[in-house]
Design a protein around this ligand. Structure first.
Ligand code: G3H
Ligand code: 13P
Ligand code: ZN
Length: 328
């Protein structure tokens, strides 16, 4: 059944686990996530970005998620809007049947310019006021995602802040977080701790100076009852990078957020962990490998099935590692 994010995260907090929130763009990704959840009995958060809605079309997205709920009626599913750029975007998603929306007021409506605290509070509060009366949850974000190594938002395809960010924009301030939650009434708060979107997060295996897990502990101490969200939390598996490179792909040396660091975050109050890139890497690696091993193959079902299996295995690993397996 479709449930709200608040329902799932309250249960996760009560039972000390975290939930991966996987980005969806097509049928194979939705089926991969659902098959993994069914196999290990985990609740599910499916999240769709503006780019996903553009790629898939609003009706296709809605009906595919309805099909998932119909196929696996015993699995609780949240349909969450990732990185809403404005209250109007959130309103459209609520009308479309999303049970949770993210108002990302850390950036202006262009999703590039860091916004003021006052702007962020205003737009986020506005979304809470329209979402809560209809049972929809709201995630806000305070602080800007970006690298503590370079000050850059990361993603090369343009999602995230433009230009160089200051150190204090890259780390959410615990006192300001407490003020933000009190002023907005959000159900969940995305925080900045040095992660960024996409495959190029860290130039080396991250240590505490570039991945500030301890900051989560400090924020949690101020906000023990707020569900914290980690964005940019793909682990960027070296195995998949190797497979992609072995089969003609070109991906530079890069490191993601180790699963063990996410597990520490979960101990400090992280309940939602956003993952998109890892599924992209696994699907790309599986397709490249299959097509290079079977150069005569031209039935798309063959390489889409390989991609689906790779994505599903990855999802199952995260459900188990974050402790949501067995909690559906
Ligand atoms: O916010 C970043 C997510 O990975 C979604 O990416 O905007 O390319 O769909 P996207
Ligand atoms: P990754 O790029 O690390 O998978 O992060 C996804 C994300 O934060 C979506 O909101
Ligand atoms: Zn994100």
């Amino acid at each position: 059944a479709l449930v709200s994010l608040r329902q799932l995260l309250d249960h996760a907090a009560e039972h000390d686990y975290g939930l991966p929130a996987f980005n969806i763009n097509n049928m194979e990704q939705i089926r991969a996530i659902m098959l993994a959840a069914d196999a290990c009995d985990s609740p599910v958060i499916l999240q769709a970005s503006a780019g996903a809605r553009k790629y898939t079309g609003e009706a296709f997205l809605r009906h595919m998620v309805e099909a998932a709920v119909e196929t696996w009626p015993h699995i609780p599913v949240v349909l969450h809007q990732d990185h809403g750029a404005s209250p109007a975007v959130c309103q459209r998603s609520i009308r479309s049947g999303f049970t949770s929306v993210m108002m990302d007021g850390s950036l202006g409506e262009d999703m590039k310019t860091p916004a003021s605290f006052e702007y962020n509070v205003r737009v986020t509060r506005q979304v809470v006021e329209m979402a809560h009366p209809v049972g929809v949850s709201v995630e806000g974000e305070l602080g800007c995602l970006g690298s503590l190594e370079t000050g850059q938002a990361g993603e090369e395809d343009g999602s995230g802040a433009e230009g160089t960010l200051d150190h204090d924009q890259l780390l959410t301030d615990p006192d300001q977080a407490a003020d933000f939650v009190a002023a907005t009434g959000v159900d969940a708060l995305a925080i900045a701790i040095g992660t960024s979107h996409g495959a190029y997060k860290f130039s080396r295996r991250p240590t505490g100076d570039i991945l500030a897990i301890d900051r989560i502990r400090q924020i949690h101490a101020r906000l023990p009852n707020t569900h914290l969200v980690m964005h940019g939390s793909s682990s960027v598996p070296q195995e998949w990078l190797d497979i992609i490179r072995e089969h003609g792909g070109e991906i530079k040396e890069t490191y993601g957020v180790p699963v063990e660091e996410i597990q520490k975050g979960i101990r400090y109050g992280v309940r939602k962990i956003n993952i998109d890139t890892d599924i992209r890497l696994a699907m790309t690696g599986a397709v490249r490998r299959l097509l290079s091993q079977k150069p005569d193959e031209f039935d798309p079902r063959k390489f889409f099935a390989a991609a689906l299996t790779a994505a599903s295995d990855l999802c199952r690993d995260r459900f188990v590692a974050f402790g949501s397996a067995g909690q559906a």
